[in-house]
Every structure is written in structure tokens, then in C-alpha cells.
Design a protein around this ligand. Sequence first.
Ligand code: SF4
Ligand code: SF4
Length: 191
Amino acid sequence: MQPLTNRSKIVSNKKMTLAERLYLPGIIGGMLITMKHFLGKKTTIKYPETRKEYSEIYRGRHVLKRDDEGRERCTACGLCALACPAEAISMVAAERKPGEEHLYREEKYAKVYEINMLRCIFCGLCEEACPKEAIFLTKQTVNSGYRRDVFIYGKELLVESVDADKRIDVSKRQTEEVKNFKKEKNQRHNR
Ligand code: SF4
Ligand code: SF4
């Protein structure tokens, strides 16, 4: 009968030699492979003492950015949530009140903004969808935890520090086109 694939093997029924019955060739072959890896270049690192350098465009946990004046950039438009294939983002919008102009850049802001890190697949689509350059992924990883609720990241974990020295640099994540656009002061986006 014709075999269905060309991967079939004819099994030999010949008698095993003494060495084969002692499994010596197999054991010695296995030990040689072990020794080769033991003496060769290590591919593992001693985490957490040693850490690998992540790429500048590594897609780790998110940051909600502030503008140069320290105001939250997010305007709660919901485009990131709409783009998210994992439905990991949820938010509640609120209107900025008089006197809050120094806190929020736009007239509407996210009163609540949450990302479920257990759902997130770190695809970066939220970053791409955002028209306000408010959300970016970063080189930071999500911490492990014993409870599911600790993976719901709210604004207290997502919004970057108001302290200018502690801001997260995302310039390497942006294309030259975006950087040049940001220099155009006549664009409403940049005002
Ligand atoms: S990185 Fe992808 S999966 Fe994660 S929140 Fe953003 S859009 Fe959703
Ligand atoms: S992060 Fe960007 S896309 Fe998401 S709600 Fe805020 S402004 Fe809109």
C-alpha cells in the first residue's frame, strides 16, 4: 500500500549488539552533548542579579504621558480601548472643571483609566491608535503577583510622575515623521 507521507520509517528487527543492549553508545552520546553545553557559551543569565538590556522599542507595561507642563495628555477619547484586541482597557471620562487646566491638557480627561495586564498581549495597538500621544508602551515589565486584582493597573500606576526628572523618555518609540510634526507649533495638536 502507498504510504500517506514520505516520513514513514522501516523499523529494523535485527538483533541488538551487546553495547547496544547496555545502552552505552546512547549514554556516552548524551554525556558528550551535556559536556558540550556545560563548557560552551552560556545562554542563560542569573536573573534578577543580571538583567538583559531591552530594546528601546520593547513592548512592556504602559505609561500615560504628561505634556511639558505636567498636564495629563489623555482626553479619554476611547480610541485605545477600541483598538485593543484583548479588550484590556477601560475608562471613565470626565469634564475638566475651571481651575483644573494645569492638571489636564484637554477639556475632557480620564477620571478612571484601567488596563488589565492579564488580558494585555502587549501588541502596541493602543499606542498606535492614540491621537494625543498619551499612551506608550515602555521597557518596564509587569511585576508578578499572587492575586488577579493586582494586575488591574489604574492611573496611580500608569500616569507618569509629574516630576520632570522622572518622566519616561519615549522619543525612541516615535518615528522621525512624528517628531517633526511635533515641532510644528501651528498645529493644534502641539499647542
Ligand atoms: S498593548 Fe495591545 S492588548 Fe495591551 S492594552 Fe494595548 S492594545 Fe490592548
Ligand atoms: S490614551 Fe489616547 S487613545 Fe486612549 S483614551 Fe487617552 S487620548 Fe484616547
